[in-house]
Design a protein around this ligand. Structure first.
Ligand code: GLU
Length: 509
């Protein structure tokens, strides 16, 4: 076991768009594989045909690609354990289901869904607790343990629907060893007889998952905490199939929690609070509903990966910004916590901001230029680069650059009335006229020179800077924001600066 080659798998079910918690599971598997020079497998668990959603598999592969999570083996790249889509492995599972019947570890059950439903209701009515198919109840139900051999044979021959259930032994202790959670003991008498296989020829998750992890020589099963309750059954299955000496190690990752810290992070939290819970935008094939994705909202893939990495994993230092390479270098399962990881949407934006400001002005301007074109701006790439450099500190997303910098490209259409009311006094227009005359003479029209000239003039005239600067900003920007006033005027150029002052004076006087 010690020297077993590290092989991990991400095993999503294509039942809809992949939740960010699923992407985190994929990421942790990937980091673990890379850190240990192992193999990352992508296996598609599509045996539940009722929940199958067309397009979901492509969504999964595209999401991983966007995140930079490279699949070594599996869908769609292939590999030595093909096929990697469970619906294409039906025959394999059938053999193992029959092997379990043969060894007495599983049995046929013929109870109809209606009969079982009635039992559930009766239990509820009679306050006998929750009905489960287990070592006690199976004795009175319709299965190959209670029916005669010939009766079972007849039923199978005429094609009566059946399921194959695992025969959970009574009163045995299963020891679960989880890398993150440590050792837990469970008594098998508390467990039910789960369905392993159905007469439609499909295995259930439990059988397919265990068989494939074994056949694909998976060394570590790293998955979400919601699968922990299935672990005792999986361990029992390894035993019954004679594979317990080659059992993988298990690590169950903590849940992602709502921003409040109370309960599991859901799509509804995202809708309510305005953040995505999916990596990419997704259009529901039935309802045509569009759910937002991190990519389309303007997150950098690197930022998204960084955000996910710190949900449950703690590097043990103050460092927060990690590239994929740095994550691979620092990652270990021992540093993954047990308790739920609270998702903070504001912090997520902060991460994107950090990645944004670390991009060169040129790179950012490339993201910004299409947006400017959409707004009808005639683009001068050098100017855009300069502008981006001036405002990028103020934004978290490339699309926010427009709001912060539009005044560089278009004249203000309106002026912030609140500021105008407070700061545009009876003599303001006259003062601005004077300032524009001063600016007219500034040559070269550079920020430093213009600032010095205007300040000197104000001093000489005994005019407080406060009376001029904010109105001047209103004239150039339309509101009281933006980088340094004279930097703005330099970029606008002398002519445009003076034109804007004139326009404001005309409109606001
Ligand atoms: N198909 C399961 C899922 O959708 C896989 C769980 C596991 O990794 O064992 O999450």
């Amino acid at each position: 076991m010690k020297n077993k080659k590290i092989r991990v798998r991400f095993a999503p079910s294509p039942t809809g768009p992949l939740h960010m918690g699923g992407v985190r599971t994929a990421l942790f598997n990937y980091l673990f594989a890379r850190r240990n020079k192992g193999v990352f497998i992508l296996r598609i668990e599509d045996t539940d045909r009722e929940r199958y959603v067309p397009g979901a598999e492509d969504y999964i592969t595209e999401s991983l690609k966007w995140c930079g999570i490279e699949t070594d083996e599996g869908v769609p790249v292939g590999g030595p354990c093909e096929p990697y889509r469970q619906s294409e492995r039906k025959e394999i599972y059938r053999q193992y289901a029959l092997q379990l019947i043969e060894s007495g570890d599983a049995y046929y059950a013929f109870d109809t869904p209606g009969e079982l439903e009635k039992l559930r209701k009766d239990y509820e009515k009679e306050k006998k607790g929750v009905f489960q198919y287990d070592s006690t109840t199976r004795k009175t139900l319709s299965n190959s343990l209670t029916l005669s051999e010939s009766e079972v044979k007849d039923r199978l021959t005429v094609g009566e629907p059946f399921v194959i259930r695992y025969r959970m032994p009574e009163n045995e202790t299963v020891v679960l060893n989880d890398i993150i959670r440590g050792k837990v003991e469970v008594n098998t008498s508390t467990l039910d007889d789960k369905v392993l296989y159905k007469s439609d020829g499909m295995p259930t998750y439990h059988l397919a998952n265990v068989v494939d992890d074994h056949l694909m020589e998976v060394s570590h099963v790293i998955r979400g905490e919601e699968w922990l309750p299935s672990l005792p059954l999986h361990i029992m299955l390894y035993r019954s199939l004679g594979w317990d000496s080659q059992m993988p190690q298990f690590a169950h990752l903590p849940l992602l929690l709502k921003p409040s810290g109370q309960g599991k992070l859901s799509k509804r939290d995202g809708d309510r609070m305005g953040f995505p819970v999916f990596p990419l935008q997704w259009k529901d094939p039935d309802t045509a509903e569009i759910v937002p994705g991190y990519r389309e909202e303007g997150y950098f893939a690197e930022a998204f990966v960084n955000i996910l990495a710190l949900l449950g994993w703690n590097p043990g230092t103050e460092k927060e910004i990690f590239s994929m390479e740095e994550l691979i270098e620092a990652f270990s399962l021992e540093k993954v916590g047990k308790s739920g990881a609270r998702f903070d949407p504001e912090k997520a934006k902060w991460f994107n901001h950090k990645y944004l400001i670390s991009r060169s002005n040129k790179e950012l301007s490339k993201l910004f230029i299409p947006l400017l074109r959409e707004k009808g701006v005639e683009v001068q790439p050098e100017l855009v680069e300069k502008v981006v450099g001036l405002v990028k500190e103020r934004v978290s997303f490339a699309h926010e650059l427009w709001e912060e910098s539009r005044f560089f490209f278009v004249r203000p259409e309106k002026y912030d009335q609140q500021v105008v009311k407070k700061r545009w006094k009876s003599d303001t227009s006259l003062l601005l006229k004077k300032v524009s005359e001063i600016l007219e003479k500034v040559d070269p029209f550079e920020a430093g020179v213009a600032e010095e000239t205007v300040k000197k003039f104000l001093e000489q005239e005994g005019i407080g800077a406060g009376r001029v600067m904010l109105p001047l900003r209103i004239a150039l920007v339309g509101e009281s924001k933006g980088p340094g006033l004279f930097t703005i005027s330099e970029i606008l150029g002398k002519e445009e600066t003076i034109a804007r002052i004139k326009e404001a004076v005309a409109k606001l006087a």
